[in-house]
Write a protein that binds this ligand. Sequence first.
Ligand code: MN
Length: 343
Amino acid sequence: MADTSGSSRIIAVEEAYGSVDWIKEINEVLADPGERAEQSYMSMITALPKLRSGLSDLDERLRVMDETGVSMHVLSLNAPGVQMHDPDRATELAAAYNDELAGMIAQHPTRLAGLGSVAPQQPKRAAAEIERIMGPLGLNGVIINSHTHGRYLDEPQFEPILASLEANDATLYLHPRVPSPQLAEPYMNYGMLAALWGFAAEAGVHAMRLIMSGVFDRFPRLRVVLGHAGEALPYWTYRLDNMYHRTWSFAGPVIGMRPLELAPSEYLRRNFGITTSGMDDPEVLGFCLDRIGEENVMFAIDYPYEDSAHAVKFLQDAPLTDRRRALVSSGNAERFFRIPAVG
Ligand code: MN
């Protein structure tokens, strides 16, 4: 058994799951020729039995966690979740998957936590589902897989979702998916559409839209988590702030900039958490801790797409102070995702 006590607790916060039914459902939606980009990515999952069982086999997951010393997975429905279905069906499926997720966690409450799914296609009903996720279902936050039919959460129709996240103290995991139809074309060649580069471009632009539109002035307590070491944004903070301030003074309103209460990087530090999913790079981890703040960086594996043993070894070998290692391993995840501390 993994040691799930005290300082050695390892919580991994971006761990995908998907039932056999979900895989079947998603393939039916993907049959639509308009979803060419998503299709080319999802076909990978259905083609590889190893990924299918990684997503759907709970015993296998718990065995891998035990073998590699991972105390807890914070589960989330594999991208794109329910975000490609017709609105009514998407809302209905989100509720059913959330019930199923709560049931899985109830069986293994010390090993599993989970982020609820919502259908942004129906913002008011999504807002109500967030209440259910954080209330009666007792889940740990909410996941949205970037764009929904090419639309982004800063747009006014999604206001009820942002308001509900803030009101229910729900952390939003803004997970990537393949770039929106209007963004996808140049990513379609050379295998760049998915995790190699397209995911980060898509999720990064989404996070930038939230920051630059002033969402965090309207919802100052909204918390958003980005995977993959912050989808490159931590590296860009100097230029974001510099270009915001310099451009604002002579051309800001003309090019559509909004007045913001804080510099872009200050929102990254105040309103965001970032995770190490798929970025087992100790130098990047150290940089992100310094740049975004040691209370804002969390461990994640990106199971079943990444190797659990490799990710755990990266965490254990990274040159960190004891305090930082404890925060990244579990302390920050406990705070962001209201997971009770142990030991
Ligand atoms: Mn992921």
